[in-house]
Design a protein around this ligand. Structure first.
Ligand SMILES: [Zn+2]
Length: 268
């Protein structure tokens, strides 16, 4: 499998100094780190989608508070849809999309690939469908899946992979790509394993926000710690997910772990 690393949405949040990518109150930098995987028999698999064409053309469909806080550039050239041509592909080549969760900055591109099967954790689909709390009504934007994707949701049972439990290979795919529960940020938030034999990857989505969080005894910059606590759906589960990622990082240094929004990881 060949893996392309894409930024499908630059954001310039307030107070860059507090999030480790700027100084003082000046705006910082965040990315939407997505993966485009070329597989031998399953076509292209897109992992997370960042913003879609529609958000870039109609920014007002995003909540005003979100735009003020995170400063998304909403450049249509950054969408996965637009970047495919430069890589020699067409949108129809994307046959599968996997989302770590359905927050607005991860599900924006779903509508650009209406024919793709969308893989996710069953708990996440349930949470985004129910939108049971005020926080969930604000983070899940139903217009992003109003086209009626072909969902393929997997539940909690699965195999162990490098010490992580309940990893489920995606149904209907030949490629070794799987979902691993990393709940807490949202109820069904998951990581995505791409088990290419020589260089396995784990896309950990928003299970952590800054590369220092994987290092023993180190923490994220203050602003990112506060932000993660503010928007978590289950704090105990989120901390357990981060502990599991730190163990994986320590015990299996051959696995590349990446999060969705850290620009340093994308550069690396
Ligand atoms: Zn996010």
């Amino acid at each position: 499998m060949r893996v392309h690393h894409l930024n499908c949405g630059t954001m310039c949040p307030l107070a860059g100094g507090a999030i480790g990518s700027g100084t003082g109150l000046r705006r910082g930098l965040m990315v939407c780190h997505c993966l485009l995987v070329e597989t031998p028999r399953d076509g292209l698999v897109l992992i997370d989608t960042g913003w879609g064409t529609r958000e870039c053309r109609e920014p007002s469909i995003l909540p005003g508070y979100f735009r003020r806080l995170t400063g998304p550039t909403l450049d249509v050239r950054e969408t996965a849809h637009a970047q495919l041509a430069g890589l020699g592909f067409t949108p129809a080549d994307v046959r599968h999309v996997v989302v770590t969760h359905l927050d607005l900055d991860h599900a924006g591109g779903l509508s650009d690939f209406p024919h793709a099967t969308v893989h996710l954790h069953q708990r996440e689909l349930d949470a985004a469908t129910a939108r049971a709390t005020r926080a969930e009504r604000s983070r899940y934007l139903t217009h992003q899946w109003a086209h009626g994707p072909r969902w393929s949701a997997v539940a909690e049972r699965g195999d162990a992979w490098r010490g992580l439990p309940a990893v489920r290979k995606l149904p209907g795919l030949d490629a070794d790509i799987g979902l691993v529960p990393l709940h807490g940020h949202t109820r069904g938030h998951s990581g995505v394993v791409v088990d290419a034999s020589d260089r396995p990857l784990l896309h950990a989505g928003d299970a952590y926000f800054h590369h220092t969080e994987l290092e023993p005894g180190r923490r994220a910059p203050f602003g990112l710690r506060a932000f993660q606590t503010l928007i978590q759906m289950d704090g105990l589960a989120r901390h357990a997910s981060q502990d599991a990622l730190r163990r994986l990082h320590a015990d299996h240094p051959d696995v590349t772990i990446l999060s969705a929004h850290d620009p340093a990881e994308l550069r690396a």
